[in-house]
Design a protein around this ligand. Structure first.
Ligand code: FAD
Length: 475
């Protein structure tokens, strides 16, 4: 009989501080077997996108280091968790298994099946909340159900937030060796998460994945950016947001650690807190609607006459729509794996309203290309912009890409950075190169239709067309 062990199954909780599953495993006093299984989905689960895999590799490398420093090894397997976890538990003689809960429908179903199978083997299974300020069943309306509107949801959640310090990282861990009878573990590189040839992620920002990177980013943000967050967060040309989204997605930092670091927030910090609130709301929506990523919350949109236009969709994906702010944003996404929140709203509005293309096409593209791709945040946000989601943006809100650019990128620095072919245009024309006199364009080396495209659709025409389609739906 192997000596009993505690098995810690890491998923989207890739940190050692404020990790209740790890803390409980340590408290059990048993040697720890720390495991990550790369389970790339199945018929009921969507495989992570390429950019997300690249980011996951960095998160795992950091966690591997944090655990090793404390005396434990992070072991890797690849394949079906449903098959592998019980086999490892059996081979290791794991009497107790610890993990952090997830909120997607397929993940909940898998975890429920696994919990039963492991308990049937006579093992104790303990699961915890490591990802949210409050779990979906903890914040309910007076009638006892989930919230459909953000404001009452946030009011209810805001009252519950505890600004209390979180558990520090354990100093030492008593790591177990890999059980001989278990399927052989892989090295992290064998998971093949990061691209090699070609290395399309070469331009992705790099240095700071992992828990210590997340903590540094949080401290810098609180010290120097938070005060101006409410005013500047929409500015495309400034670094005015936290850039914590991928850290949060992979659980390198918890939202409870973030609020604990803010102590009682000031007026200015309330806006930032409420963005964390949107993250919570999105997870609550996903819990209530496991089909959030593929079914309209507002069923009237099932009859919406979405256009099938592959050429326009390709132009949007490739940043060749002829609207500089849209193109800069789509190229930011492609070359860095990130996109500013305001830009996400502008390009999502452009796809669904100017081009009348189904929001699911955009959601899938973001899923493949965002390093912070997150089932709850991505699907809820796409439905919100498209007008079919919970508490969605009103259908008549159709962003004018020129005005959005002029307002949130006033000197055109964002466009100049990602659309270098426009970089010499004066600020007055950078968001509408077609309006520049021929001589101005010539001096800037811009030849419409050659060096930069003509707009693929006229704004006024597209706006009227979208309003007509939405009005017909509402009638
Ligand atoms: P900050 O402004 O510093 O916000 C702090 C944190 O709050 C973020 O890290 C994020 O966790 C959360 N947050 C902020 N805005 C939102 C929001 N609208 N909805 C939910 N959570 C929010 N966010 C993702 O994490 N993954 C996605 O896949 C994703 N897809 C999106 C798709 C669309 C069409 C839109 C409009 C938004 C999407 N967002 C997504 C939300 C938001 O754009 C990003 O979280 C934000 O840009 C990340 O930058 P930041 O960390 O600097 O944000």
């Amino acid at each position: 009989m192997p000596q009993p062990k505690a098995l810690v199954w890491f998923r989207n909780d890739l940190r050692v501080s404020d990790n209740p599953a790890l803390s409980a495993a340590v408290a059990s006093g048993l040697p720890l077997l720390c495991l990550y299984i790369l389970d790339e989905g199945g018929p009921d689960r969507r495989a992570p996108g390429d950019a997300s895999c690249w980011r996951l590799d960095r998160a795992l490398a950091a966690l591997e280091g944090e655990l090793a420093q404390r005396g434990a090894t992070l072991f890797f397997l690849r394949g079906s968790a449903e098959t592998l976890l019980p086999r490892v538990a059996e081979a290791a003689g794991a009497s107790q298994i610890f993990w952090s809960r997830r909120y997607g429908g397929a993940e909940i179903a898998l975890d429920t099946r696994l919990k039963q199978a492991l308990r049937d083997q006579g093992r104790a299974v303990h699961s915890f909340n490591a990802a949210l300020l409050a779990e979906p069943w903890e914040v309910t309306s007076r009638a006892g159900g989930g919230f459909k509107l953000f404001t009452p949801f946030w009011r209810a959640l805001r009252e519950r937030i505890a600004f209390t310090p979180r558990a520090p990282a354990p100093e030492r861990l008593s790591g177990a060796s890999w059980p001989e009878a278990a399927p052989p573990p892989l090295g992290r590189a064998a998971l093949s998460l990061a691209p090699i040839r070609p290395n399309w992620a070469a331009g992705f920002p790099g240095p700071e994945a992992g828990e210590s990177g997340a903590q540094t980013r949080l401290r810098n943000f609180l010290d120097s950016t938070l005060d101006g967050y409410g005013t500047n967060r929409d500015r495309l040309d400034l670094e005015a947001t936290s850039r914590l989204s991928a850290h949060l997605h992979f659980g390198e930092i918890s939202p409870r650690q973030i609020v604990a670091a803010m102590a009682e927030p000031t007026q200015g910090a309330d806006k930032f807190l409420s963005e964390l609130g949107w993250r919570e709301f999105s997870h609550h929506l996903l819990y209530a609607r496991p089909d959030l990523a593929w079914r309209n919350v507002d069923a009237r949109f099932d009859a919406f006459p979405y256009a099938r236009d592959d050429e326009a969709l390709d132009a949007w994906k490739g940043g060749r729509t002829g609207y500089p702010v849209v193109d800069a944003a789509m190229r930011e996404l492609w070359t860095t794996g990130h996109m500013h929140n305001r830009a996400r709203m502008v390009v999502a509005s452009f796809l669904t309203k100017h081009l009348l293309i189904d929001w699911r096409e955009g959601e899938q593209w973001f899923w493949d290309t965002l390093a912070d791709a997150d089932e709850a945040n991505n699907a809820a946000s796409w439905q919100w912009v498209a007008g079919c989601g919970a508490d969605a943006a009103p259908y008549f809100r159709i962003f004018n890409p020129v005005l959005q650019g002029e307002k949130f990128d006033p000197d055109g620095a964002y466009v100049r950075r990602f659309c270098p072919e426009l970089s010499v245009l004066p600020a007055g024309f950078i968001h509408k190169p077609w309006a520049a006199p021929e001589a101005v364009r010539a001096a800037a080396g811009v030849r419409l239709g050659e060096t930069y495209p003509h707009p693929i659709v006229d704004h006024d025409f597209a706006r009227r067309r979208a309003l007509d389609a939405f009005r017909a739906l509402a009638a």
